[in-house]
Design a protein around this ligand. Structure first.
Ligand SMILES: Nc1nc2c(ncn2[C@@H]2O[C@H](COP(=O)(O)OP(=O)(O)OP(=O)(O)O)[C@@H](O)[C@H]2O)c(=O)[nH]1
Ligand SMILES: [Mg+2]
Ligand SMILES: [Zn+2]
Length: 319
């Protein structure tokens, strides 16, 4: 038996780096069923998982038989099967959400939905705005506004360009000695950014060729890489859409860091949805500009979506 860390998964195969130094990566299969909080998973094991591997008695093939307890994970609703969950990564120190205000377009609410996914374990997130070389003065203004909103809310914000190399030192330092999940829409430059600080990886990067600017998913499987100056980065395929599937609607407001801070002063405390309740401190902070209109309206949108989803689930088969 050996213990190790999953560094890549393609669905059928898992690559495991064992804890013994200088050993080749082991290709493994899995046996058994794995679930998360009793919800089916489209991928039972994620990059970053710590596992036990055993040789199969008959074939000699390495098999993952056990996942060691996760200290955290990032999970999203499966894009294909709504009631399934998809694990993005496990056992990470921080996440970088890569975005750009230039091209491709940011989907409204995308950043906030990502932040909800990392809120469960309070995983620190830095939002990195890439492709600064393409920004017009209007883009820069938008960046300044958005950066201010997220910094105030309690997240790190960086501005980078793999073309001019602006901001790359700060990005390099951010990753040092940490295990970082790198996520974001397709085509924002995740793999390019990793190449920019570690050219030896030579990851595939892609042109965005279609008109919608959605990108083509150049990276197809999540993979963890060891940084030569200490730390690990997990490059992932781009995310097209993010749904939020937490059925407890109060969790949404609790996961918006700045709202959570103010909600202590709401008359209804943790039971305030900050909509029309009397004595709502979040609404008061919105009036004074201490909570941004942008974040508040994305909050209302997600809240409504969760309520709609709950409604349909309650009345399934009766309407
Ligand atoms: N102008 C400009 N283009 C960039 C920058 N960074 C990356 N790109 C380009 O953006 C395109 C997409 O880059 P990728 O690194 O493949 O993007 P990705 O986020 O890894 O995409 P997926 O793997 O599909 O999720 C490529 O054509 C890159 O050359 C940048 O800072 N400025
Ligand atoms: Mg990529
Ligand atoms: Zn309130």
């Amino acid at each position: 038996m050996n213990t190790g860390t999953v560094i890549k998964s393609t669905g059928a195969w898992y690559q495991v780096r064992t804890d013994e130094p200088n050993q080749p990566v082991v290709e493994c299969r899995i046996v058994g069923k794995f679930r998360l909080d009793d919800i089916p998973l489209t991928n039972p094991i994620a990059v970053g998982d710590r596992v036990e591997i055993w040789p199969d008695e008959k074939t000699g093939q390495a098999v993952i038989k056990k996942i060691l307890p996760r200290r955290n994970y990032v999970v999203r609703q499966s894009p294909r099967r709504k009631h399934d969950l998809h694990l993005l990564a496990a056992n990470i120190d921080q996440a970088v959400l890569l975005a750009t205000v230039a091209f491709p377009d940011i989907k409204p609410g995308f950043i906030d939905r990502f932040l909800l996914m990392t809120a469960k374990f309070d995983i620190p997130v830095t939002i990195v705005f890439n492709k600064a070389d393409l920004y017009t003065p209007e883009h820069h203004e938008l960046f300044q506004y958005v950066a201010d909103v997220y910094r105030k809310a309690g997240y790190g914000v960086l501005l980078t360009s793999t073309v001019t190399k602006a901001g790359l030192n700060a990005f390099y330092e951010l990753l040092k000695d940490k295990t970082t999940l790198l996520s974001g829409q397709s085509g924002v430059g995740k793999s390019s950014l990793v190449n920019a600080i570690q050219p030896q990886f030579d990851l595939r990067t892609g042109e965005i060729s279609d008109h919608s600017g959605k990108g083509q998913h150049t990276t197809t499987f999540a993979e963890m890489f060891e940084l030569d100056y200490g730390g690990r980065i997990i490059d992932t395929p781009g995310i097209k859409m993010l749904a939020f599937n937490d059925k407890d609607k109060y969790n949404i407001a609790h996961s918006y860091k700045e709202m959570f801070r103010y909600s202590a002063d709401c008359r209804f405390g943790g039971n305030c949805l900050h909509r029309n309740e009397p004595g709502c401190a979040v609404k008061a902070a919105l009036e004074t500009g201490d909570i941004s209109e942008m974040r508040y309206s994305s909050y209302l949108g997600i809240l409504e979506e969760v309520e709609d989803q709950n409604y349909w689930e309650r009345h399934r088969g009766t309407i």
